[in-house]
Ligand binder design. Sequence first.
Ligand SMILES: C[S@@+](CC[C@H](N)C(=O)[O-])C[C@H]1O[C@@H](n2cnc3c(N)ncnc32)[C@H](O)[C@@H]1O
Length: 277
Amino acid sequence: MGQTLREFIKETSCSQRKDQNIQSLDLELMACSLFDIDRSKLFSSYILLDQKRKAQFLSMIQRRNSGEPLAYILGEKDFWNVELEINDQVLVPRPETETLIEDILLSFNQHRLSVLDLGTGSGAISLALKKEREEWNIFSSDFSEKALGIAKTNSLKNDLHIFLACSNWLNAFRPNSFDLIISNPPYIKDDDLRLESDGLSHEPRSALISGPLGIEDLYTISDNAKDFLKKRGWLYLEHAPQQAEELKFSLTDLGYINITQLIDLNGDPRAIKALSV
Ligand SMILES: C[S@@+](CC[C@H](N)C(=O)[O-])C[C@H]1O[C@@H](n2cnc3c(N)ncnc32)[C@H](O)[C@@H]1O
């Protein structure tokens, strides 16, 4: 008789070396995806692993052990309240980015806000907000056509309507148009050694790197966004914790007021919001 799925997961968990990426939870999620079952069914049912499925499972394990993010292997990732289809043309949405969503939802309850999400990638920020605030007009832009294709797929998958635009940052938009401009832009230095680490090394370079300093795209967006925000519009930016002070000074210099840092679940300053007057 063949091996059961439960036996295979147990055996594989035990045989993984400490330096390998895979964790028991990853194995369980891969098995659920492969057999299209809920995690609750995984150990309660008697599922036999035939040769074909075993080969598929082993290939997933090999990809994970080579550092590929789990979201690319499963082809999906949950973000806030939406399920997103993900592939290697887009950044894997991070829990840190939910810091912005949380603050925006707590701060804005008005109907009919006009919102721009710059560098939308998979559409994570736009779709999470649209699901919570149906009446907002949400514009989502990226300069990557491939990323916009995934954002479109995700808007259809979640049955949420957003306006998609291919644009180099604000080039495609009209001044004085938005109540909120939000961006999680690339913010890593081009020679940062972490780019070679597991996970990051599989993600698109153009979603991660922003020139020799790392802060270039944050400056470009802060500088230009003032003209595209309506009077008393808010800018929200995600950034690396070590960029917090520099960005705060630069926003002050640019004339923004009410500059406030937002702290993520790890206790790090991860985002900043500023009012344009
Ligand atoms: C860090 S990813 C963020 C993706 C998504 N918003 C999220 O939070 O998961 C940055 C995104 O900005 C896009 N991007 C980079 N440079 C850009 C530019 N000059 N104009 C427009 N989008 C750009 C990348 O293609 C990528 O999708």
